[in-house]
Structure formats: structure tokens, C-alpha cells
Design a protein around this ligand. Sequence first.
Ligand SMILES: CC(C)(COP(=O)(O)OP(=O)(O)OC[C@H]1O[C@@H](n2cnc3c(N)ncnc32)[C@H](O)[C@@H]1OP(=O)(O)O)[C@@H](O)C(=O)NCCC(=O)NCCS
Length: 156
Amino acid sequence: MRETLVESARPDGVKAELRDTDTHIHYLRSLVRPPAGSRAVPQDVFWLVDGTTYLGEIRIRRRASGSHPSIKSHLYYEIRPSRRGRGLGIEMLRRGLLKARALGHRRLLASAQESNQPSRRMLEQLGARLIARRTIPHTGGTFRLYEIRLAARRTA
Ligand SMILES: CC(C)(COP(=O)(O)OP(=O)(O)OC[C@H]1O[C@@H](n2cnc3c(N)ncnc32)[C@H](O)[C@@H]1OP(=O)(O)O)[C@@H](O)C(=O)NCCC(=O)NCCS
């Protein structure tokens, strides 16, 4: 867990989430139930673990959202850096889609940066359909937007 967050640490203090166990539990609860007045979308968080070892997590937002209005997603996922490239990402997404279906989702939006080959492959392998490409003005970052239908057995 620390390995994952250290990798993604930003100057906005994301590492503060790991200061201690209580802080981290409080943070996780705030993802599921954002504080009153917050604009954050509630999300369900599932960890992939091997016994007591954290391998990664997938977050399923109750509605699609994103930091840029034209790039909205229901999903966020990550595998801890030392365990990447071994098929865990795709397995976690497969299980995450089952969870999403059980939570009542029937159609998910997902996004992947054009340059994020592993994320794109995961989505495409599990039946996500490319619906658009978007380039964010000024930054030039290009994203692929996908739709995942969960009613069909193949993706659920
Ligand atoms: C995206 C991420 C979850 C993938 O997890 P992973 O466990 O490494 O992925 P997998 O091993 O299951 O591989 C998934 C696919 O990507 C391919 N892949 C894996 N690593 C790759 C790499 N470095 N370059 C190109 N393709 C790669 C795999 O071959 C596989 O495709 P295939 O089935 O066609 O062979 C992981 O890279 C990660 O946590 N990245 C940082 C967070 C992130 O970008 N999240 C996505 C945004 S929501």
C-alpha cells in the first residue's frame, strides 16, 4: 500500500492518507461516504489481497466522474508496482466488474490514457467498447473512453 501511494505521491499531500492506520481508515471511509458538502462522488473500494498482502485496488464510483468534464469514468484501479505485468490487473478488473454488477451497475464508463497500454488492454480484453477519443486542451493528453455493458455474461 505504501509502495503504491509513494509512487503516486503528489505535492497535494496524498501521502498524508498513510500517516497511520486510523488516518487511512478515515480516508477510505471518506471515499465511500464523502463528507457533507463535498462534491466527491461516493465510490466502493475493493482491495485485491494475497492473505494479508495488499496487491492492488479497484474503485467503482456510483456515477461516472473525472477531473476533466469530457473524461468521465466509473472506474479507478491500480496494482502495486512490484506486482504489475503478471495478469493481476486483468483479474482484478474481472472481479471488479462482478462486484459492479452486484452493486446494480449495468453500464459503466471507463477511460484510459492513450499511452496507458496495460489499462487499455485490460479494458479491451474484458469487452469494453471504445466509444470516443478525447484530447484535453492545453495539456495535449489523449484519452480513450470506453463503455462496459454488464448485463451480458461475458463481461460480468
Ligand atoms: C494498469 C494496471 C492496473 C495494469 O495492471 P497489471 O497487473 O500490470 O496488468 P496485467 O498484468 O493484467 O496486464 C494487462 C495487459 O496489459 C499488458 N501489459 C502489462 N504491462 C505492460 C506494459 N508495461 N506495456 C505494455 N503492455 C503491458 C499485458 O500484456 C496485458 O495484455 P494482454 O492480456 O494482451 O497480454 C497497472 O499498470 C497500474 O496499476 N498502473 C498505474 C495505475 C493506472 O494507470 N491505472 C489505470 C487508470 S484508472
